[in-house]
Ligand binder design. Structure first.
Ligand code: 5GP
Length: 196
Protein backbone atom coordinates (compact mmCIF):
# COMPACT_ATOMS: atom_id res chain seq x y z
CA UNK A 1 0.00 0.00 0.00
CA UNK A 2 1.51 3.35 -1.02
CA UNK A 3 1.55 6.22 1.46
CA UNK A 4 -0.36 8.42 -1.02
CA UNK A 5 -3.55 6.42 -0.52
CA UNK A 6 -5.71 8.40 1.94
CA UNK A 7 -6.54 6.31 4.98
CA UNK A 8 -10.11 7.38 5.54
CA UNK A 9 -12.15 5.68 8.22
CA UNK A 10 -15.66 6.32 9.47
CA UNK A 11 -17.01 4.48 12.50
CA UNK A 12 -20.63 4.10 13.44
CA UNK A 13 -21.39 2.86 16.96
CA UNK A 14 -24.56 2.53 18.95
CA UNK A 15 -26.48 -0.13 20.80
CA UNK A 16 -27.83 -2.98 18.73
CA UNK A 17 -31.47 -2.10 18.39
CA UNK A 18 -30.60 1.50 17.57
CA UNK A 19 -31.40 0.65 13.95
CA UNK A 20 -27.78 0.44 12.85
CA UNK A 21 -28.04 -2.41 10.35
CA UNK A 22 -30.71 -0.78 8.18
CA UNK A 23 -28.99 2.57 8.41
CA UNK A 24 -25.65 1.09 7.35
CA UNK A 25 -27.28 -0.52 4.31
CA UNK A 26 -28.93 2.77 3.29
CA UNK A 27 -25.70 4.72 3.74
CA UNK A 28 -23.67 2.34 1.59
CA UNK A 29 -26.31 2.79 -1.13
CA UNK A 30 -26.69 6.53 -1.06
CA UNK A 31 -23.86 8.33 0.76
CA UNK A 32 -22.21 11.14 -1.21
CA UNK A 33 -18.80 9.51 -0.64
CA UNK A 34 -17.67 5.98 -1.38
CA UNK A 35 -18.27 3.84 1.71
CA UNK A 36 -16.85 0.34 1.80
CA UNK A 37 -18.34 -1.64 4.67
CA UNK A 38 -15.71 -3.48 6.67
CA UNK A 39 -16.75 -7.07 7.34
CA UNK A 40 -15.80 -7.82 10.94
CA UNK A 41 -14.66 -11.19 12.18
CA UNK A 42 -16.55 -12.77 15.06
CA UNK A 43 -16.70 -15.97 17.07
CA UNK A 44 -20.45 -15.54 17.60
CA UNK A 45 -22.53 -18.08 15.66
CA UNK A 46 -24.48 -16.75 12.67
CA UNK A 47 -28.09 -15.68 13.20
CA UNK A 48 -30.65 -17.03 10.76
CA UNK A 49 -30.11 -15.42 7.37
CA UNK A 50 -26.61 -14.12 8.11
CA UNK A 51 -24.03 -14.89 5.44
CA UNK A 52 -20.33 -15.57 5.99
CA UNK A 53 -18.18 -12.92 4.33
CA UNK A 54 -21.13 -10.61 4.02
CA UNK A 55 -22.48 -9.95 7.50
CA UNK A 56 -19.36 -11.20 9.29
CA UNK A 57 -16.44 -13.51 8.85
CA UNK A 58 -17.64 -16.25 11.22
CA UNK A 59 -14.55 -17.78 12.81
CA UNK A 60 -13.96 -20.52 15.37
CA UNK A 61 -12.26 -19.47 18.63
CA UNK A 62 -9.14 -21.19 17.43
CA UNK A 63 -9.08 -19.41 14.08
CA UNK A 64 -9.76 -16.05 15.74
CA UNK A 65 -6.85 -16.61 18.14
CA UNK A 66 -4.57 -17.70 15.31
CA UNK A 67 -5.28 -14.49 13.40
CA UNK A 68 -4.83 -12.43 16.55
CA UNK A 69 -1.40 -13.95 17.05
CA UNK A 70 -0.53 -12.97 13.48
CA UNK A 71 -1.53 -9.33 14.18
CA UNK A 72 -4.27 -9.42 11.58
CA UNK A 73 -6.59 -7.14 13.60
CA UNK A 74 -6.43 -3.37 14.02
CA UNK A 75 -8.69 -3.86 17.06
CA UNK A 76 -10.64 -6.61 18.71
CA UNK A 77 -12.92 -6.82 21.73
CA UNK A 78 -15.10 -9.15 23.70
CA UNK A 79 -18.53 -7.59 23.27
CA UNK A 80 -21.36 -7.67 25.86
CA UNK A 81 -19.24 -9.88 28.14
CA UNK A 82 -20.77 -12.62 26.04
CA UNK A 83 -17.65 -14.68 25.61
CA UNK A 84 -17.76 -13.84 21.89
CA UNK A 85 -14.99 -11.91 20.21
CA UNK A 86 -15.32 -9.37 17.46
CA UNK A 87 -12.54 -7.70 15.52
CA UNK A 88 -11.67 -5.53 12.54
CA UNK A 89 -9.19 -7.04 10.13
CA UNK A 90 -6.47 -4.88 8.57
CA UNK A 91 -7.31 -6.60 5.28
CA UNK A 92 -10.78 -5.01 5.38
CA UNK A 93 -9.32 -1.50 5.79
CA UNK A 94 -6.88 -2.14 2.99
CA UNK A 95 -9.65 -3.40 0.74
CA UNK A 96 -11.59 -0.16 1.29
CA UNK A 97 -8.57 2.08 0.81
CA UNK A 98 -7.53 0.10 -2.27
CA UNK A 99 -10.93 0.96 -3.75
CA UNK A 100 -10.24 4.62 -2.92
CA UNK A 101 -13.11 4.59 -0.45
CA UNK A 102 -13.78 5.23 3.19
CA UNK A 103 -13.49 2.13 5.38
CA UNK A 104 -16.86 2.02 7.09
CA UNK A 105 -16.76 0.28 10.46
CA UNK A 106 -19.77 -0.64 12.53
CA UNK A 107 -18.10 -1.53 15.81
CA UNK A 108 -18.49 -0.98 19.55
CA UNK A 109 -17.12 1.82 21.72
CA UNK A 110 -14.04 -0.08 22.92
CA UNK A 111 -13.06 -0.89 19.34
CA UNK A 112 -13.79 2.63 18.13
CA UNK A 113 -11.45 4.17 20.69
CA UNK A 114 -8.65 1.76 19.74
CA UNK A 115 -8.97 2.74 16.08
CA UNK A 116 -8.98 6.45 16.96
CA UNK A 117 -5.75 6.01 18.93
CA UNK A 118 -4.11 4.74 15.76
CA UNK A 119 -5.93 7.01 13.28
CA UNK A 120 -6.92 10.23 15.09
CA UNK A 121 -8.54 11.57 11.91
CA UNK A 122 -11.19 8.86 12.07
CA UNK A 123 -14.72 10.23 11.78
CA UNK A 124 -16.69 8.80 14.70
CA UNK A 125 -20.47 8.83 14.80
CA UNK A 126 -22.54 7.62 17.72
CA UNK A 127 -26.05 6.56 16.86
CA UNK A 128 -28.60 6.70 19.63
CA UNK A 129 -32.28 5.97 19.98
CA UNK A 130 -34.59 8.78 21.11
CA UNK A 131 -35.06 7.15 24.54
CA UNK A 132 -34.05 4.03 26.42
CA UNK A 133 -37.68 2.85 26.46
CA UNK A 134 -37.75 3.05 22.66
CA UNK A 135 -34.45 1.18 22.48
CA UNK A 136 -35.86 -1.63 24.66
CA UNK A 137 -38.97 -1.79 22.48
CA UNK A 138 -36.88 -2.15 19.30
CA UNK A 139 -34.65 -4.78 20.87
CA UNK A 140 -37.66 -6.87 21.88
CA UNK A 141 -39.42 -6.34 18.54
CA UNK A 142 -36.50 -8.06 16.82
CA UNK A 143 -37.40 -11.20 18.74
CA UNK A 144 -34.08 -12.94 18.13
CA UNK A 145 -32.59 -12.80 21.64
CA UNK A 146 -33.29 -14.45 24.98
CA UNK A 147 -34.31 -12.37 28.02
CA UNK A 148 -30.84 -12.81 29.48
CA UNK A 149 -29.20 -11.48 26.33
CA UNK A 150 -31.68 -8.58 26.18
CA UNK A 151 -30.88 -7.59 29.77
CA UNK A 152 -27.16 -7.73 29.04
CA UNK A 153 -27.59 -5.59 25.93
CA UNK A 154 -29.67 -3.02 27.83
CA UNK A 155 -26.94 -2.72 30.45
CA UNK A 156 -24.26 -2.39 27.76
CA UNK A 157 -26.31 0.21 25.89
CA UNK A 158 -26.63 2.26 29.06
CA UNK A 159 -22.86 2.10 29.57
CA UNK A 160 -22.19 2.91 25.91
CA UNK A 161 -24.50 5.90 26.00
CA UNK A 162 -22.30 7.40 28.69
CA UNK A 163 -19.43 7.20 26.21
CA UNK A 164 -21.27 9.09 23.45
CA UNK A 165 -19.37 12.30 24.26
CA UNK A 166 -16.16 10.62 23.08
CA UNK A 167 -17.53 10.62 19.53
CA UNK A 168 -17.17 13.48 17.11
CA UNK A 169 -20.85 13.32 16.18
CA UNK A 170 -24.01 12.04 17.88
CA UNK A 171 -26.99 11.30 15.64
CA UNK A 172 -30.42 10.37 16.94
CA UNK A 173 -32.03 7.59 14.93
CA UNK A 174 -35.65 8.58 15.31
CA UNK A 175 -36.63 8.74 11.63
CA UNK A 176 -34.40 6.60 9.44
CA UNK A 177 -34.27 8.99 6.49
CA UNK A 178 -33.50 11.97 8.73
CA UNK A 179 -30.58 10.10 10.28
CA UNK A 180 -29.39 9.02 6.82
CA UNK A 181 -29.34 12.57 5.48
CA UNK A 182 -27.70 13.90 8.64
CA UNK A 183 -24.87 11.40 8.27
CA UNK A 184 -24.61 12.13 4.53
CA UNK A 185 -24.08 15.81 5.38
CA UNK A 186 -21.38 14.92 7.92
CA UNK A 187 -19.56 12.77 5.37
CA UNK A 188 -19.82 15.40 2.66
CA UNK A 189 -18.28 18.01 4.99
CA UNK A 190 -15.53 15.64 6.17
CA UNK A 191 -14.62 14.67 2.61
CA UNK A 192 -14.53 18.33 1.61
CA UNK A 193 -12.25 19.15 4.56
CA UNK A 194 -9.87 16.39 3.46
CA UNK A 195 -9.79 17.58 -0.13
CA UNK A 196 -9.27 21.23 0.82
P1 5GP B 1 -24.09 -8.33 16.82
O1 5GP B 1 -23.68 -9.56 17.55
O2 5GP B 1 -25.44 -7.81 17.24
O3 5GP B 1 -23.94 -8.46 15.33
O4 5GP B 1 -23.04 -7.19 17.19
C1 5GP B 1 -22.83 -6.92 18.50
C2 5GP B 1 -21.93 -5.72 18.68
O5 5GP B 1 -20.64 -6.03 18.21
C3 5GP B 1 -22.38 -4.47 17.97
O6 5GP B 1 -22.51 -3.45 18.95
C4 5GP B 1 -21.26 -4.15 17.04
O7 5GP B 1 -21.03 -2.76 16.97
C5 5GP B 1 -20.08 -4.86 17.68
N1 5GP B 1 -19.08 -5.23 16.70
C6 5GP B 1 -19.28 -5.78 15.48
N2 5GP B 1 -18.14 -5.96 14.84
C7 5GP B 1 -17.17 -5.49 15.65
C8 5GP B 1 -15.73 -5.39 15.54
O8 5GP B 1 -15.11 -5.76 14.54
N3 5GP B 1 -15.09 -4.87 16.61
C9 5GP B 1 -15.71 -4.44 17.73
N4 5GP B 1 -14.97 -3.92 18.70
N5 5GP B 1 -17.04 -4.51 17.87
C10 5GP B 1 -17.76 -5.03 16.85
Amino acid sequence: MTSSVPKRIVILSGPSGSGKTTLVRRLVECAPVKLVKSVSATTRPPRPGEVDGDDYWFLSDEEFRRRLAKDEFIEHAEVFSSGFFYGTLWSELERAWGLDGWAFLEIDVQGAMKVVQQYPETVTIFLRTPSSAEFERRLRARGTESEEVIQRRLATAEKELQQAHRYRYVVVNDQLETAVSEICEILKAEEKARNA
